[in-house]
Design a protein around this ligand. Structure first.
Ligand SMILES: Cc1ncc(COP(=O)(O)O)c(C=O)c1O
Length: 473
C-alpha cells in the first residue's frame, strides 16, 4: 500500500518546473527524507507502484532511485527493493510532524443516499467545559498505575501464548467468568460465563438487545423520564416508543398494563436500582407486578443496572434479574465503576439470548477488545476493583454530603431534592421553572454546560417540571 507522502510527492512532481522528471522525483524524495516523513531503513514502494501513483514512466523512477543510491540517500536491499539509507541521521521531531489536513470533504444525499445522524452524536464533548449531567465518575480517581501494569501483563501473557488473534464474540472468557462471579456473589444472579456477553459499553448491549428483539411495529415501553441514549437505540431499530408513568416508587405498573392492552409490546426498559434520571428505587411490589405483566404479555424486561456499586446507606434491593432470569435481560457497565473510556459493558441473559447477541457482535466488530477485557478481568480477579469501589464510594459519599450542604446554602428554598442513597447524581426539582431557565442561560459564561432538562424525556410534550441532574464525579 502506498503511504501518504506519495501524495505530497505527486503534488511536487506535478507542479515542478522544467527539470527532468527523474530529478523532480529524486528531489521530492530527498525533501521527504529531510522532513523526516521517510525514515532511515524504511522501504520505498516498488518502482512500478510509485510510477503508477505518480503517473510517470517506470524508467523515471528507476533512474531516480539509482541516482539517489549513488548519492547515498537510498540503498539497494537486493530482491527486497530499495530503502532509505540506514546510515542517515533520524529527525525525530520532524518525523512526527503531521501531514496537512486535506480540504473538507462534504457529501449529501445527492452523492449517495445514506441514513444521516438525526443530530449531533450525543457524546461529542464541546470544548473544555464542565458538563453537569447524569453523573460520570471522576477520572482522576482511576488507579492508572494498576491499569498500566495490568495492560502490560495481559499483553505480555497473550503475546507469549500467541493468543492475540480472533476469538469468541461473546467476549473474553476470563472477563465473562469474573463478571458472572461478581453477579452471583454480589447481586444474586444465578449466572455463569455462558450467560454473559461483553459489549463496548452497556449502550452497545442495549442496542444489540433491541436488534434481536424488535420487529416492525413492535412497541418498547419506557418511563416518562428516562435514559435518552437507550430510547434512541430502540428507535433506530424500528421500535415504536410508548411512554408510561413514573412516580416516587418507580414505574406506574397500571399504566404498563394499559399500554400492553393497546400495543404489541416487545420490551420495557427500566433502571429499577436508581431510576434514571430521578434516582428513585422501584418498590418491590412494583417489580413483582411488572414481572407478572411481562409473563402475561410476553415481553422482555431490559434492566439497566448502570450504577449498582455506589450505594452509601443500606444494601440495595437485588436486581430483578436475580429472581426472574428468564424474563429479564440485564445490562451492566463498568463506566461508573471505572471510567466510560474503557468501554466495558455486558449483558447477562439466557444463553440463547447471549448467542443471538454474540452473532450481532460478530457482524459489527468480530469480537470486541479482548486485551482491555482481560485487563478488566485481571483487576476484578485481583480484588483491585473491589478496593477501588470501597475507596471511591467513601469519596462520593463525602461529596454528596458537601454538595447537599452547598445546595441548601445557595439554592435553599428554590428547589427540592431527595438525598440520594447511592449513585453519582442528584435530581433537583426547581419550584419555579424560571430559576432553572436563568441558571441554564447563565451557565455558558461560567464554563458550565448542562444536559438540557428536556433531554430526559422520551416524548416531546415538554410538560415536565423543571428538573436537572448534577454530578458528584
Ligand atoms: C442510565 C445509564 N445507563 C447506562 C450507562 C452506561 O453506559 P455505557 O456503559 O454505555 O458507558 C449510563 C452512563 O452514564 C447511564 O446513565
Amino acid at each position: 500500500m502506498l503511504r501518504p507522502w506519495t501524495l505530497l510527492l505527486k503534488e511536487r512532481v506535478d507542479i515542478a518546473p522544467d527539470s527532468p522528471r527523474y530529478m523532480q522525483v529524486a528531489h521530492g524524495l530527498i525533501h521527504e527524507i529531510e522532513r523526516g516523513r521517510l525514515l532511515p531503513g524504511e522501504y520505498l514502494p516498488s518502482s512500478r507502484d510509485l510510477a503508477n501513483a505518480l503517473d510517470v514512466n517506470r524508467k523515471t523512477i528507476v533512474t531516480a532511485y539509482e541516482e539517489l543510491i549513488a548519492q547515498g540517500w537510498l540503498a539497494s536491499a537486493g530482491t527486497r527493493g530499495t530503502m532509505v539509507s540506514s546510515s542517515l541521521p533520524r529527525h525525530e521531531a520532524v518525523a512526527s510532524e503531521r501531514l496537512p489536513v486535506p480540504a473538507a470533504i462534504a457529501v449529501d444525499e445527492t452523492e449517495y443516499p445514506f441514513l444521516a445522524a438525526p443530530g449531533r452524536p450525543i457524546a461529542i464533548p464541546v470544548g473544555h467545559w464542565r458538563k453537569l449531567d447524569e453523573g460520570v465518575p471522576d477520572g482522576r480517581l482511576l488507579p492508572t498505575d494498576l491499569l498500566a501494569r495490568a495492560y502490560r501483563k495481559v499483553a505480555e501473557d497473550a503475546a507469549r501464548a500467541n493468543n492475540l488473534s480472533y476469538r469468541d464474540p461473546r467476549g473474553s472468557p476470563e472477563l465473562r467468568r469474573e463478571i458472572a462471579d461478581m453477579l452471583r456473589r454480589q447481586r444474586g444472579l444465578m449466572v455463569g460465563a455462558d450467560h454473559i456477553c461483553i459489549t463496548r459499553g452497556s449502550q452497545m448491549g442495549v442496542f444489540l438487545t433491541a436488534r434481536i428483539l424488535i420487529r416492525p411495529g413492535d412497541a418498547v415501553l419506557v418511563e416518562r423520564l428516562t435514559y435518552e441514549p437507550a430510547v434512541a437505540a430502540f428507535r433506530a431499530c424500528g421500535a415504536k416508543i410508548v411512554t408510561v408513568g413514573l412516580d416516587e416508587d418507580g414505574v406506574d405498573v397500571a399504566d404498563v398494563e394499559r399500554a400492553c392492552r393497546k400495543h404489541r409490546v416487545r420490551a420495557i426498559f427500566v433502571t429499577p436500582h436508581h431510576q434514571f434520571p430521578t434516582t428513585v428505587s422501584m418498590r418491590p411490589d412494583r417489580r413483582l407486578r411488572l414481572l407478572e405483566l411481562a409473563r402475561q404479555f410476553a415481553f422482555a424486561v431490559i434492566e439497566d443496572d448502570y450504577d449498582h456499586e455506589f450505594h452509601f446507606g443500606a444494601q440495595p434491593l437485588l436486581p430483578m434479574a436475580s429472581y426472574a432470569p428468564a424474563r429479564v435481560i440485564y445490562a451492566g457497565s463498568m463506566s461508573k465503576l471505572l471510567v466510560p473510556a474503557l468501554r466495558i459493558g455486558y449483558i447477562a441473559a439466557a444463553p440463547q439470548v447471549i448467542d443471538a447477541l454474540a452473532y450481532q457482535v460478530s457482524l459489527i466488530d468480530g469480537m470486541g477488545n479482548h486485551i482491555t477485557e482481560n485487563v478488566a478481568a485481571h483487576l476484578l480477579e485481583s480484588g483491585e476493583v473491589r478496593r477501588h469501589i470501597r475507596k471511591t464510594a467513601q469519596i462520593y459519599a463525602a461529596r454528596r454530603d458537601a454538595f447537599a450542604r452547598s445546595l441548601d446554602e445557595t439554592l435553599g428554598g428554590l428547589l427540592d431534592y431527595r438525598m440520594p442513597d447511592g449513585g453519582l447524581a442528584f435530581w433537583l426539582r426547581f419550584r419555579d421553572t424560571a430559576t432553572l431557565d436563568r441558571i441554564e442561560t447563565r451557565a455558558p459564561a461560567l464554563g458550565l454546560s448542562f444536559a438540557s432538562s428536556h433531554s430526559y424525556t422520551a416524548d416531546d410534550s415538554g410538560t415536565w417540571p423543571a428538573s436537572g441532574l448534577c454530578q458528584l464525579g
